[in-house]
Design a protein around this ligand. Sequence first.
Ligand code: THU
Length: 141
Amino acid sequence: MLTDEMREKLIQEARQARSRAYAPYSNYTVGAALLTASGQIYTGANIENAAYPDTICAERVAVFKAVFEGEKEFIAIAVVSSNGGFPCGSCRQVLAEFGLQTRVLVAKEDGALLFEATLGDLLPGAFLPEHLNERDSRRGG
Ligand code: THU
């Protein structure tokens, strides 16, 4: 359950995280704050690279930090950018791995919440861990 107080805290954490972005190429900075079931918040910002495709988004930095620390149950992620851009497809897929119920909050730099939905709403037909199991069972393995 995500309270309004926690919504606000997540957005504020994402705003702060955004200031730590490394985005010299696009100058488009993004911050993310991920709330886990244990009550921890993991933050992230986008980190770009001169080899452009090696850039990583704010959301994935937050998710990978959390997973590395042993956290795999996510309640919500707040994403903040100048204009309230939505999480990209790769970030949606990475988040989907850990559950379609995760709430996604999209906010602008001033903290105004523009949009909220579940990951399942944002990525219908996600490729999920169980699809690999189905493949195995069809093969009798
Ligand atoms: N970016 C994010 O950090 N998250 C998204 O979901 C969309 C895009 C970053 C990647 C890149 O550094 C910059 O925004 C412009 O694409």
